[in-house]
Design a protein around this ligand. Structure first.
Ligand code: SF4
Ligand code: SF4
Length: 411
């Protein structure tokens, strides 16, 4: 589709990129078939093709109706549409631009504005999140169901972090929400990698990856988080760290974008590109187990259902790697219908779109448990909590399974 950019955006990098993306769209509508919100709501305007069209109209200067903001808000940013699109339309990038324009041009009401501001003020900061979470856990019984479902159970003891002792090292994203609600994930990753001859280091000065701010149309705020992380990691990279490891795929997909997001910043462009090149999802750096360490002798294989987060399978195109790791470790992966679909967690989506998020979460929990697994595993903290509130079996990060096997049988 051809786009004639309006004066307010013509000639800007964001405008030119958006026009290039829209040009590739041939309006075939294949993407609608795998879009969770189109499948639920059946409205063209709540599917990728319709959203692209609404963004195109804004870029051409049409005054957006309040409904445009609603249709864009309902998008999960899951990018399943990108995986399906035969023309290579980079919908996620277009959506970021569309959201910024809609945010500026359509006034939000006071409560949604406050809600977004509060999320941005609390979630990226572990020191603020931790006391808030403790309070919410105490008051959980008094909350309505939709709110109580958002409150995770107290975190399990993360165990010890191995002392750095190897010549090979990698730096891990400490993150924000994950460090408070599932601290066991990074600690388990550190132990598994230590056993494989790699020391995993956290950089205390680093923090939130900036994805939450970015997806709430607060681009500059997101970039400030990115710069802080880059400043914290570059010295470790210069000291020999081979990779920047993300144990939450929602953060990993954003870290990979630092180079593009900071390309126009002369002070950070080169450093951001270097960091982005070194980003690896945890599943890319954990070596393939050489023996079925998770299958006890004489016992059947543990039955595990894997939820591959959208940010891993669509955002980073790394579907299949965790499956292979778990199979090599001796697990039997139970079948999961429609495994390409989003669980509805999607960052702050579960708080901002609770009804749609719950519908998607209930459907995914049922699909994951259809094969009667003993455990559900995933690779992103948001999915882990969202599914954990809905599944009758434990929902864990997959690395915890490999960590469980370490004391008795090294990988
Ligand atoms: S599948 Fe791709 S080309 Fe077809 S309508 Fe969707 S975004 Fe456009
Ligand atoms: S990102 Fe996900 S929810 Fe949004 S349009 Fe694409 S498939 Fe639909």
């Amino acid at each position: 589709m051809h786009t004639t950019l309006a004066d307010f955006i013509a000639g800007t990098p964001a405008g030119e990129e958006a026009a290039d993306i829209i040009r590739k769209c041939v309006h075939c509508g294949f993407c609608n078939a795998t879009c969770p919100t189109y499948r639920l709501l059946g409205n063209e305007l709540d599917g990728p093709r319709g959203r692209i069209y609404q963004i195109k109209e804004m870029l051409e200067g049409a005054a957006p109706a309040p409904s445009v903001l609603e249709h864009l808000d309902r998008c999960l940013s899951c990018r399943a549409c990108e995986t399906t699109c035969p023309s290579g339309v980079e919908y996620g990038r277009l959506l970021d631009t569309g959201r910024e324009i809609a945010e500026e041009r359509v006034g939000r009401r006071l409560w949604p504005r406050l809600q977004r501001r509060l999320l941005r003020l609390m979630f990226p900061f572990p020191e603020r999140m931790a006391p808030l979470l403790r309070l919410a856990q105490r008051l959980r019984g008094l909350m309505p169901r939709f709110l109580a479902e958002q409150v995770p159970p107290p975190a399990v003891d993360p165990g010890t972090w191995p002392v750095a002792r190897h010549a090979r090292s990698m730096v891990v994203l400490s993150g924000c929400v994950q460090s408070v609600v599932t601290p066991a994930t990074n600690a388990a990753a550190a132990r598994v990698l230590d056993n494989a001859g790699i020391s995993l280091q956290a950089a205390p000065a680093a923090g939130c990856c900036g994805a939450l701010s970015h997806h709430l149309a607060a681009r500059e705020e997101g970039l400030a988080f990115a710069r802080r992380n880059i400043d914290a990691w570059i010295p470790l990279i210069e000291d020999g760290a081979e990779a920047v490891v993300a144990c939450a795929s929602g953060c990993g997909v954003h870290l990979r974008d630092y180079g593009r997001l900071l390309a126009g910043d002369p002070d950070y462009a080169a450093k951001a590109a270097r960091v982005s090149q070194l980003v690896r999802d945890l599943s890319e750096v954990v070596p393939m187990p050489e023996q079925p360490v998770l299958r006890a002798e004489g016992r059947p294989a543990p039955r595990v259902a894997l939820h591959t987060p959208c940010t891993l399978q669509h955002g980073q195109r790394l579907g299949g790697r965790i499956d292979a790791l778990l199979r090599a470790a001796g697990c039997e992966l139970t079948p999961v219908p429609d495994a390409q679909l989003c669980c509805g967690s999607a960052g702050s989506y579960s708080l901002l779109q609770p009804k749609l998020s719950a519908q998607l979460g209930d459907a995914r929990a049922a699909a994951l448990q259809a094969g009667d697994p003993a455990t559900v595993v995933t690779a992103n903290v948001g999915c882990q909590l969202h599914l954990g509130a809905r599944c009758s079996v434990p929902v864990r990060h997959w690395i915890e399974l490999l960590d469980d096997a370490l004391p008795a049988r090294p990988l």
